[in-house]
Write a protein that binds this ligand. Structure first.
Ligand code: DQA
Length: 149
């Protein structure tokens, strides 16, 4: 069974009630279900992990690097200075996509750079929870399982 790692960082466990005017009303469970639906077309499954602490995210990446076919990662504010997260991802060889619900470039200056983006296969920004579906489709595409127009 092929498994996609869905990794969400700090403050994303409370999606749905966290600043819904910015992040929308979908919960993390809604997002998990959406990603699962997308990848199910190839019989893939989703392993969803959310941690508020960077060390736990690093552990999740190392713990699942050999057993997952790709990853969707929203690092939350760790995009700004999550250097150990960045270094863990440097040794994660399957394709992975960075997702941000909000359009970080339309927000405060400190959100305008991501230390992990240079390592990502691609980045989806500003499309809300739908961005996770697009990231899932991108992983299928990158693995040769799906043609995206
Ligand atoms: C976020 C954007 C980050 O700047 C912020 O710290 C988050 C959420 C997003 O999904 O839009 O926690 O990653």
């Amino acid at each position: 069974m092929s498994v996609v790692l869905l990794l969400n960082g700090p403050n994303l466990g409370v999606l749905g009630r966290r600043e819904p005017e910015i992040y929308g009303t979908d919960t993390l469970a809604d997002i998990e279900a959406a990603v699962a639906e997308e990848v199910s077309v190839q019989g893939w499954e989703v392993l969803s992990i959310q941690h508020d602490g960077e060390g736990d995210l690093v552990g999740a990446i190392h713990g699942h690097c050999d057993t997952t076919v790709g990853a969707i990662i929203n690092p939350g504010a760790l995009m700004i200075a999550g250097w150990s997260l960045r270094d863990a991802l440097a040794s994660y060889s399957p394709p992975w996509v960075e997702v941000h619900l909000s359009n970080v470039w339309a927000r405060e200056q400190f959100r305008h750079e991501s230390v992990i983006a240079p390592l990502a296969s691609g980045v989806v920004v500003g499309l809300g929870a739908f961005g996770y579906r697009l990231a899932a489709q991108a992983l299928l595409h990158l693995s040769g399982q799906r043609r995206v127009a």
